[in-house]
Design a binder for this molecule. Structure first.
Ligand SMILES: *[C@@H]1O[C@H](CO)[C@@H](O)[C@H](O)[C@H]1NC(C)=O
Length: 314
């Protein structure tokens, strides 16, 4: 396998979750069910929005993009985790590890940018209802999505290229269930100061700026609701924004708890639980948060499945 010192590491071992062997099959089944739920729930949302022309509005197109991003985000880590829980040697090749890191960053960022686009969409819908259709034109929606893809590509590429510069020598055991950037940095035997600096500055900005923009949008929404208080307007605003806020707090709550409140010792377990939160739990819950509470989605479900149409005929 790997040699000592000078020979470069060609593969890593993912230590995985700290689960006792007698509980392994229980957790395996749990994660499998969660992953299948994530895939099916998000696919259902994507197909519903594609098939039902009443849902071809900016909010639902962003939601469909978010579902796609959720689906991919959890597919970056979950299949490998499930596979490793079954295999004797939970290894991952060096290139596979960097690829996983790239797509993890890519879809994680994409998710937070899409949440910003959705917050902006709600802000326009509630604060400028008369100009909504002119402001949120198909061109603007497409530009926002394209901008998100562009920025996430650049950001994920930057970290991956910086990581590819580093050498890995003797130690190749990653104490995590996927190729986490900070776990990899701790293993490297090169100088990681540039990486740390870039993560701290650019990585920080990529998390903090979307978060602030989202807070700002919802603050404007809340203040505009209280300026002209009407029971009906309030109910409408809270019912559309409530589900968005639930998703935002799930996603950013885990990230902030993880990075801004670091515990002093033995944080690996806490880190992994938090990582589980935003790689598995959030992508699984998003479709339910949106569709279970949402009358439009329920209506679309009825329309699409009761009219016996064949999919892909549209
Ligand atoms: C993402 O959003 C764009 C712009 O609104 C839309 O054209 C596209 O169909 C969406 N993609 C998915 C997968 O829903």
């Amino acid at each position: 396998m790997t040699g000592r010192n000078q020979t470069a590491v060609t593969e890593f071992l993912l230590q995985g979750l700290p689960i006792q062997s007698e509980q392994k099959s229980l957790f395996y089944a749990l994660f499998l069910v969660m992953y299948v739920t994530t895939v099916l729930g998000n696919l259902l949302i994507i197909f519903l929005i594609r098939l039902d022309s009443q849902l071809h509005t900016p909010m639902y197109l962003f939601l469909s993009n978010l579902s796609f991003s959720d689906l991919c985000f959890s597919s970056v880590t979950m299949p490998k985790l499930l596979h490793n829980m079954q295999s004797q040697v939970p290894s991952i090749p060096y290139a596979g590890c960097l690829t996983q890191m790239y797509f993890f960053l890519f879809f994680g960022d994409l998710e937070s940018f899409l949440l910003v686009a959705m917050a902006y969409d709600r802000y326009v819908a509630i604060c400028f209802p008369l100009h909504y259709t002119t402001i949120m034109s198909p061109r603007l929606c497409l530009s926002l999505v394209a901008l998100s893809w562009g920025l996430t590509t650049l950001h994920a590429m930057l970290h991956t290229l910086l990581m590819a510069r580093l050498c890995f020598c003797a130690d190749n055991v990653i104490p995590h269930f996927f190729c986490d950037m900070s776990a990899l940095l701790k293993l490297s035997c090169s100088d990681t100061r540039v990486n740390d600096l870039v993560i701290f500055t650019i990585g920080g900005l990529i998390v903090v700026i979307p978060f602030l923009l989202i807070i700002l949008s919802y603050a404007r929404i809340v203040s505009s609701i209280f300026k002209v208080p009407s029971a009906r307007g309030m109910r409408k605003a809270f019912s559309t924004c409530g589900s968005h806020l639930a998703v935002v707090s799930l996603f950013f709550g885990a990230i902030i708890a993880l990075y801004l409140c670091p515990s002093a010792d033995n944080s690996t377990v806490k880190e992994m639980v938090m990582a589980m939160m935003y790689t598995v739990v959030t992508p699984m819950l998003n479709p339910f948060i949106y569709s279970l509470r949402n009358r439009d989605m329920k209506g679309a479900l009825g329309r699409v499945f009761c009219r016996k149409i064949t999919p892909f005929s549209v």
